[in-house]
Ligand binder design. Structure first.
Ligand SMILES: *Cc1c(COP(=O)(O)O)cnc(C)c1O
Length: 605
């Protein structure tokens, strides 16, 4: 890495020397890899000359251009840049422009892991060992509710690896991105068709950013009509945490609307809040189907009530996996929604890769979408640095929609809803389903109420989640949106066999709970309390289990022990760290030798 950095800097120094020798000036003589060069002939002619040679430079102003070099820069690149700038390239080695004093000289990457694997064989096995420790989608279903952990098909991901998509700069000139534009336009049109909205911006990089962009559009719309006092955002108590956070960022005041016993928006409370705030209501943010996993029968009534006082309806579309091809938020009352392409539309998102949270709006809000330099009517503030956000991963969603087609998308929604109802139906005798619609059905996910088990058996939601690991499953969503419960979303990607394997695990776990409740196993020595079981915990001499080792490690009698997932770590106390803050900063004494005047704020622990 040091060699790479030195090489990049020497290339840049050589270009710099060549420019100075030719009488050009740079903004600074201190640089690493980037030069800002004053070009007497004007930036535009230099930029044009660069494009003719196959390079994009950065235009800083009329007279200044920016050039960055990196580890892919070759001698031929330097020669071409010299030609473009009309200078003679200095031959041979030059001195680095950065003085030794400004370079880092301490040792880096000293941790053993950076030095232990010195052959490809070793590296390959290291990576394999790391993946062995994960419960990922290549091993079992990930039933995380509200997360839509569906298949990310290989054929959807393949185009992302093509240089035509991944070797282009996000800010490349428009005439070099015609293909991208075509894909973006088509994807926007397909998402309009799916949602029933008139315009979609792909700029937001996350669902939460889509919320922010949508609320800014609502605000700008009100202001364009002279309604500057609309500052209230109504949000039902079941909302995803990002909703109130986004409303606050958009400078709105959050007013919480209650939910009734069935988990639906409490219409009486809504009426009261509307009566209290009237013309101050800017918007309501609702999720449909609700975060409780239910299609709320009153959704159109909610939308009408808000519209009647001049407010706008934001429908959180992160649960679109229950709607695609079946219902359109833009048609049943929404003015604006975000979608999560990294949920419903197959972009991978476990582990926190880039996301896309497009925001869709009805026509009256379209002018207030984030500006992107391509749609001249959009004049809202940019909410990401690049006009089309994480454009490099859009081929995934484009492929998904194209390959599925309208009928396929509807079928996926139907199967996702069917799968969730199948699980709810099979498990409801063991775990009460917290919320259902008026026909006893759920949407694409369901909430299992495990709170009674805590009360009479001291088996908590954590115990069940950890025990699922012994059965080879990733835990469902815990304690969201209701504390002490599990929310399960199977998606359309799971086969009946996998759904059955999951249900069997949950039913067996319930059986274990019964044994704890009935005193067969002690409350502090049972498979649930001790889960997940590592090999170490089983093999240790001092381990005294009140139950058979086989039950601890391989509890599902129908599952093969040959491919058993073995948890690499036992249980930790999840919230201990949150409640017992430990400062990892170096102690103040470390700074004793430093003169007091040299202490910068960043150094003060
Ligand atoms: C996931 C989710 C969000 C937030 O999306 P991010 O991309 O994580 O910012 C918002 N609302 C709901 C209902 C969600 O499930």
């Amino acid at each position: 890495m040091r060699a790479i950095a030195q090489r990049v800097h020497l290339h840049t120094s050589r270009l710099y020397r060549s420019l100075i020798r030719a009488g050009l000036t740079c903004r600074s003589d201190r640089f690493f890899d980037t030069l800002a060069i004053t070009v007497p002939g004007g930036s535009d002619s230099v930029m044009a000359a660069a494009v003719r040679e196959g390079y994009n430079l950065r235009r800083l102003d009329n007279q200044t251009i920016g050039i960055s070099l990196d580890e892919t820069t070759t001698e031929a690149d330097l020669q071409a840049l010299a030609r473009i700038l009309n200078v003679e390239l200095v031959e041979g080695d030059v001195e680095p422009q950065l003085s030794q004093g400004s370079c880092r000289n301490d040792t880096i990457l000293t941790q053993e892991v950076f030095h232990r694997y010195r052959s490809e064989t070793e590296m390959m096995r290291y990576l394999r060992r790391l993946s062995e420790m994960d419960i990922a989608l290549d091993r079992a279903m990930i039933p995380l509710g509200s997360c839509t952990m569906k298949l990310n098909a290989a054929s959807e991901l393949t185009p992302v690896t093509w240089p035509q998509f991944n070797a282009i700069h996000p800010l490349a000139p428009a005439d070099q991105c015609q293909g991208y534009r075509k894909m973006i336009d088509q994807l926007e049109a397909m998402l309009c068709e799916v949602t029933g909205y008139d315009a979609v911006s792909l700029q937001p990089n996350a669902g939460s950013q889509g919320e922010y962009a949508g609320l800014l559009a609502i605000k700008a719309y009100h202001e364009s009509r002279g309604e500057h006092d609309r500052d209230i955002c109504l949000i039902p108590s079941s909302a995803h945490g990002t909703n109130p956070a986004s409303a606050q960022m958009a400078n709105m005041q959050v007013v919480v609307v209650k939910c009734d016993d069935h988990g639906n928006v409490d219409l009486d409370d809504l009426d009261q809040k509307i009566a209290t705030y009237g013309q101050r209501v800017a918007a309501i943010m609702i999720t449909y189907p609700s975060t409780h996993g239910v299609f709320e029968a009153g959704v159109t009534a909610v939308c009408e009530k808000i519209h009647a006082v001049g407010g706008q309806v934001y429908i959180d579309g992160a649960n679109l996996n229950a709607l695609v091809g079946v219902a359109k938020p833009g048609h049943f009352g929404g003015d604006v929604s975000h979608l999560n392409l990294h949920k419903t539309f197959c972009i991978p998102h476990g582990g926190g890769g880039p996301g896309v949270g497009p925001v869709g709006v009805r026509a009256h809000l379209a002018p207030f979408l984030p500006r992107d330099g391509v749609n001249p009517e959009r004049v809202g503030p940019m909410i990401a640095a690049a006009p089309f956000g994480s454009a490099g991963i859009l081929p995934i969603s484009w492929m998904y929609i194209q390959m599925m087609g309208g009928a396929g998308l509807r079928r996926a929604t139907q199967v996702a809803i069917l799968s969730a109802n199948y699980i709810a139906h099979r498990l409801k005798a063991y775990y009460p389903i917290l919320y259902t619609g008026n026909r006893g059905l759920v949407a694409h996910e369901c909430i299992l109420d495990t709170r009674p088990m805590e009360k009479d058996g001291h088996v908590g939601v954590d115990d069940i989640a950890k025990r699922l690991i012994d059965y080879g499953f990733h835990a469902p969503t815990m304690s969201f949106p209701v504390g002490g419960t599990l929310m399960i979303e199977p998606t359309e990607s799971e086969s009946l066999a996998e759904l059955d394997r999951f249900c069997r695990a949950m039913i067996l776990i319930h059986g274990e709970y019964v044994q704890v409740r009935d005193g067969v196993w002690p409350a502090d020595n049972n498979p649930l309390h001790n889960a997940p079981h590592t090999l170490d915990s089983i093999l240790a001499e001092e381990t005294q289990l009140a139950y058979p080792r086989r039950l601890a490690l391989c509890p599902d009698p129908e599952a093969s022990t040959a491919v058993k997932y073995i948890p690499p770590v036992g249980r930790i106390d999840n919230v201990y760290g949150d409640r017992n803050l430990v400062c990892a900063c170096p102690p103040v004494s470390n700074y004793e030798s430093v003169e007091e005047t040299e202490l910068t704020p960043a150094m003060v622990p």
